[in-house]
Design a protein around this ligand. Structure first.
Ligand code: PLP
Length: 422
């Protein structure tokens, strides 16, 4: 099936007379006839549900759809994108371990890694996504357990050379984890380029309507944990906290990663997606292929318009031929990149603030990837504690505006930008 068909039909196939839409199983618990029946579930010997903190059928229908869209073998929903990235890394790296990560990633993920997970004893080395293979190689340590990057970084809009990062990860016997939130599988399927695990903030394009937070972890099923068993004892040695199961033996490459993340991390952390939010996410997924195309068309038109505008100092959009990532974007995302454009208003901070005040159609919001256009001036909002030099060093200059193109008519968005710039 094509991706558009999978957006609508993946993960759930109603039988004769069953509901067309996925049912919202709003139940914390599930009933059994005998203790033995339930015991088999606890031993992971039978498939089924016992408590929605670990798994819920509604969430699993939607996770299965996302796994199909990404070309993976298994997936799990989480309560947010933050939880998805935490699970993806913590499932294989614990105290005393090390992870190599791109330094061009979402600020929330950077903070999760550099501050919170550092407190848990996991060390991160951050590298530029533009580093040479030799620089990347030098970042590895004997205790490195994973490599992490974003296909298109939010908000820097850098493009990850997935093959370069996958090659380095595999040469060191560890998986590459890619946060694919911005392109979505409609524009890029990182598994086809060597990534092993994909994460999403489904809060963004996948849900797409600013209605439900959520995240997803998808396994390609390709990484051979047992071939590197000494590096991954959590997957390749018995889990005493779960009846002595060895996940990689019992569930193989296809199932070990997600089964462990569910049975162990979700059991203990409980960052579970609610069935109601999973249902809303699924409504978003049904039109993902149509919406992403329109988001990208609008962004392309707006980026081209901005580039030619005399009041605009610079434009960053990988869809522009002048962009430093255009070639990589053409390779990994020939059908389009994402709907977010960033640009500088001539006149610096003051001019950018004035521009924001002038907007009539675009919402001022920290969010991106919504059906409604969202615009942000980081220097006066999310990054307001930084001075102009610090902002420049962080790659978020004081004149920068982040413009997340929604699904409105491009002509209305361009007219709004023009009158605000004027
Ligand atoms: C928003 C975002 C996250 C965090 O997701 P939440 O759903 O807000 O927790 C992670 N990665 C990327 C690329 C994002 O844009």
């Amino acid at each position: 099936m094509g991706l558009g068909t999978t957006c609508i039909r993946g993960g759930y196939a109603p039988g004769n007379g069953e509901p067309r839409q996925i049912p919202i199983i709003q139940s914390t618990t599930f009933r059994y006839e005998t203790s033995e029946d339930m015991g088999k579930l606890f031993d992971l010997e039978a498939e089924g549900y016992f408590y929605s903190r670990l798994q819920n059928p509604t969430c699993d229908y939607v996770a299965a759809k996302i796994a199909e869209l990404e070309g993976g073998t298994a997936a799990m929903l989480t309560s947010s994108g933050q939880a998805a990235n935490f699970f993806a890394v913590f499932n294989i790296a614990t105290a005393g371990d090390h992870v190599v990560a791109s330094n061009s990633i979402y600020g929330g993920t950077y903070n999760l890694f550099a501050v919170t997970m550092a407190k848990m004893g996991i060390e991160f080395t951050f590298v530029s996504p533009d580093c040479t293979p030799a620089e990347l190689d030098a970042a590895f340590q004997p205790n490195t357990k994973a490599v992490f990057g974003e296909t298109i970084a939010n908000p820097a809009l850098t493009v990850l050379d997935i093959e370069k990062f996958a090659g380095a990860a595999h040469a060191h016997g560890v998986p590459l984890i890619v946060d694919n939130t911005f392109p979505t599988p409609i524009n890029c399927r990182p598994f086809e380029w060597g990534a092993d695990i994909v994460t999403h903030s489904t809060t963004k394009y996948m849900e797409g309507h600013s209605a439900a937070l959520g995240g997803c972890v998808v396994d390609s099923g390709k990484f051979d944990w047992m071939a590197h068993a000494e590096k991954f004892p959590g997957l390749c040695a018995p889990d005493d906290s779960y009846h002595g199961i060895t996940y990689a033996e019992r569930f193989g490459r296809e199932g070990a990663f997600i089964t462990k993340a569910t049975a162990q991390l979700m059991r203990d952390f409980g960052c579970v997606e609610s069935p109601q939010n999973a249902y809303l996410l699924n409504l978003g997924l049904e039109s993902l292929h149509v919406r992403v195309k329109r988001h990208c068309e609008n962004a392309q038109a707006i980026a081209e318009h901005l580039e030619a505008h005399p009041s605009v100092a610079w434009v960053e959009y990988p869809g522009l031929p002048s962009n430093r990532y255009h070639e990589l974007a053409q390779k990994y995302m020939p059908g389009g990149t994402c709907g977010v454009v960033s640009f500088g208003v001539k006149g610096g901070r003051e001019a950018a603030e004035k521009f924001m005040k002038g907007l009539k159609v675009a919402h001022i919001a920290t969010h991106v990837a919504d059906a409604a256009t969202c615009c942000l001036h980081p220097a006066s909002s999310t990054h307001r504690q930084m001075n102009d030099e610090e902002l420049a060093a962080a790659g978020v200059p004081a004149d920068m505006v982040r413009f997340s193109c929604g699904l409105e008519d491009a002509s209305d968005l361009i007219a709004d930008i023009d009158q605000a710039l004027a």
